[in-house]
Ligand binder design. Structure first.
Ligand code: ZN
Length: 100
């Protein structure tokens, strides 16, 4: 068991918001992956054969553009929806709470 004296640097904001964009490749019987943004995240896994490692690397290594398209609108709309909800709520309180 090895221990690391220093913690790896914090991942960039894009990795924290949208998760790492891992790219997978195979080297012999080992499948290895690393974050495309170069933040240092990654890992490796050994398979029984080079063919299995290549198979899994190809299966996991999909372009991330579709993934980004699905996540981005949700992330972008969320603060606006919260702000609108808070504003409506406050206006509702003002309208009903003030005695005339
Ligand atoms: Zn990353």
């Amino acid at each position: 068991m090895t221990t690391h004296a220093s913690r790896p640097p914090a991942p960039p904001l894009s990795c924290r918001l949208l998760d790492h964009r891992h790219r997978f490749r195979s080297e012999g019987a080992v499948m290895a992956w690393a974050c495309e943004r170069g933040c240092g995240a990654g890992g490796s896994k050994e398979y029984a054969s080079a063919r299995a490692a290549a198979h899994y690397a190809a299966a996991f290594d999909r372009p991330a553009s579709g993934d980004l398209g699905r996540k981005a609108p949700l992330l972008g709309m969320f603060p606006l929806r919260v702000w609108r909800w808070l504003r409506q709520r406050r206006e509702g309180v003002v309208a009903t709470g003030v005695a005339r």
